[in-house]
Design a protein around this ligand. Structure first.
Ligand code: GLC
Length: 633
């Protein structure tokens, strides 16, 4: 099937097969009826523009008509099934198409490897058209055309083909929808730069330096070192354009209903190519209001709620994943309420950062508090859990609590960064700082899981003992990841112990962005080594596979389980209990170098899920960085 047939343009959409038309009509009408009043209410509240709302409804209908039959079928199945993305057999992987397999076709040729990894959710990092010059693409997050694939990666047809092949094998695809900004090369930006008012109104242009200064004062910096400031001056126009991220990423103006409508059409177009999960990038930033910090404003929630309804009307099988890298109290509101849901899924960013804090401090108290906060949320909230992703680790921790324990924000961040740079005694971590801001003393951190656990240093030094510790830590962290409720995502390469890639430092287009340290080419030679029993890839890959098998097979890992965090009476130990019906799993993690003896709650017997042995046990001896998964028999 050609991309055209999958609904390239809504206007060219035709409903095929007259027999299915009445049923389809009915389905669309029923979904629209369910949401129409609320959608119209919110739209009018924001835009007060009935004509544009009518256009939106017409286009929703056209995209629905253009939606291929196989995707409509999948929608119906998923609607009947409910929250399909919450099943405990879900395992995700996040990857760059070019690093992993060169092109989209290449990814399709390597699906057997993904199957071998048990992966059934693949996040393909930004692949839409972006400037070829890497110093103007932000790793693809500067989109020049929302309906064109980056030519070196393939075509929209290749993408739709991959989606169909994946669906046939039970794999779903996630893509980024970068809705806060476009590349300066996007047609709208080019026309705005040429002075066309219609297109200038899609961005924020400003001549008044006082306004620019006020934004600078009130709004925090995204990239304080690599891209300071919120506006970029355009000499040809004698004014500045808002660029909260890089100067080549122009912030879209969602006060303009044309921007909202067109971006929704882009979203529906991409959904019609077979995308299952739409990651809404940098969503807290999409509404700007002078005099505020321009983050998480109420209008952002209105827009996400409208997007959720639009999705449920046209393509209810798809999932909205919100990228909300914010302090914990700002994150949960993006789930909306049970009656008015917004995102289906959110990143568990604070847990991720707190996990690494725990590695560096060997003190699980903060992680325990964080897990308690997550466990107190409604169980229907689904988090995407991860250890590493394509971005840096920002040390967004609960500083009021840390401060009460004697750890102040600035020195603590410095300690964490020093620890992971490997310059603190006892640390074998390796990596690089990111956006080191001398004025605030703030810096974030980059590196792969393996390098941060010490695999790189041990390999370099040829120290087998160190390597064993590093692998132990790496495996334990993955076990912890898999113990949490929600969708676990492996960062491609972590499953075979991929270490940092320093080559970005020699490439002028990437040298300024240390996030490239963990965006190296996928090391296929490590995959070849999986069968070699002594190798790092073998030890890691097999251990993770076993853990993933257990998670898939044991109902107690399901989203319905009750999770509680217990006091282990030792700050180095994190103790989690998952209960479902009669089943109870005791999961304990040792975040220290020292061995520990743990007394289990009295029970006739326990099954060690890792060894499969069932016996009467009272105490368990754990070595440093060890974990246990004991199920009460
Ligand atoms: C998101 C992406 C990040 C990118 C930014 C700007 O935060 O994860 O990589 O730089 O958006 O689009």
């Amino acid at each position: 099937m050609k991309a055209d047939e999958r609904g390239t343009t809504a206007s060219s959409a035709k409903t095929k097969g007259s027999a299915s038309r009445p049923k389809n009509n009915e389905r669309f009408r029923e979904r629209l009826a369910r949401h129409h009043d609320e959608l119209r209410w919110l739209y009018m509240e924001l835009y007060d523009n009935g004509d544009m709302f009518a256009e939106l409804c017409e286009q929703m209908r056209a995209f629905f008509d253009a939606r291929p039959a196989d995707l409509k079928q999948l929608d119906a199945e998923r609607e009947a099934e409910g929250a399909w993305y919450r099943k405990r057999d879900m395992l995700g992987m996040q990857m760059y198409i070019d690093n992993f397999a060169g092109t989209i076709k290449g990814v399709e040729e390597h699906l057997d490897y993904l199957k071998r990894c048990h992966v059934n959710y693949v996040h393909l990092m930004p692949f839409l058209d972006t400037p070829a010059d890497k110093s103007r693409s932000d790793g693809g997050y500067a989109v020049a055309d929302f309906r064109r694939v980056r030519p070196d990666l393939g075509t929209m047809d290749d993408l739709a083909h991959l989606a169909r092949t994946c669906h046939a094998q039970g794999i779903s695809l996630c893509m980024d929808f970068v809705m806060n900004h476009t590349s300066e090369d996007h047609e709208w930006a080019r026309r705005a730069r040429a002075g066309e008012g219609e297109y200038m109104s899609r961005y924020f242009f400003e001549r008044n330096q006082a306004v620019i200064d006020q934004y600078t004062r009130d709004v925090p910096q995204v990239f304080p070192t690599t891209a300071p400031g919120h506006y970029t001056y355009l000499p040809e126009l004698g004014q500045s354009v808002m660029t909260q991220f890089y100067p080549y990423q122009w912030d879209l103006n969602y006060r303009n209903p044309r921007v909202f409508n067109e971006m929704m059409y882009n979203f529906l177009y991409l959904a019609n190519q077979g995308m299952d999960i739409i990651r809404i990038d940098a969503v807290p930033y999409i509404w700007k209001e002078l005099g505020t910090n321009c983050r998480n404003l109420p209008q952002v929630h209105t827009i996400v709620r409208m997007m959720r309804m639009i999705g449920e009307i046209v393509c209810p099988g798809i999932v909205l994943l919100g990228e909300v890298v914010m302090e914990p109290k700002e994150v949960a509101p993006y789930f909306g309420t049970p009656e008015k849901p917004e995102c289906h899924m959110l990143y568990n960013v604070t847990t991720m950062a707190t996990t690494w804090h725990t590695v560096a401090t060997r003190d699980t108290r903060l992680l325990r508090r964080q897990m308690e906060a997550v466990c107190a949320l409604p169980r229907t909230y689904t988090f995407l859990n991860y250890l590493r992703c394509h971005d840096d680790i920002g040390w967004g921790l609960d500083y009021p609590t840390l401060s009460a324990w004697g750890m102040e924000e600035v020195p603590h961040k410095k300690y964490l960064n020093d620890y992971f740079l490997g310059i603190v005694a006892g640390s074998d971590s390796r990596g690089a700082l990111y956006n080191d801001d001398p004025t605030t003393g703030d810096a974030r951190f980059c590196g792969t899981t393996a390098s941060m656990c010490g695999v790189e240093a041990a390999g370099f030094e040829g120290d087998d003992d160190k390597l064993a510790w590093a692998l132990q830590k790496d495996i334990m962290l993955h076990a912890y990841l898999l113990t949490q409720s929600g969708l676990p995502i492996i960062y491609s390469g972590d499953e075979v112990g991929q270490v940092n890639d320093y080559s970005y430092r020699d490439d002028p287009e990437r040298a300024d962005d240390s996030r490239y340290i963990h965006r190296g080419k996928f090391p296929w030679e490590l995959v070849d080594a999986i069968d070699d029993a002594d190798s790092v890839p073998h030890r890691l890959f097999e251990a993770l596979s076993d853990l993933e098998d257990i998670r898939r097979e044991e109902p107690v890992f399901g989203a319905e389980a009750t999770v509680r965090v217990c006091d282990a009476d030792d700050p180095a130990l994190l103790w989690i209990e998952r209960a479902l019906g009669e089943e109870v799993l005791v999961a304990v993690f040792n975040f220290s170098d020292e061995g520990k003896t743990v007394t289990l709650p009295a029970a006739p017997a326990y099954t060690d899920l890792v060894t499969g042995v069932t016996e009467a046990v009272e105490t368990v001896d754990m070595c440093g960085w060890d974990f246990m998964w004991m199920k009460r028999a």
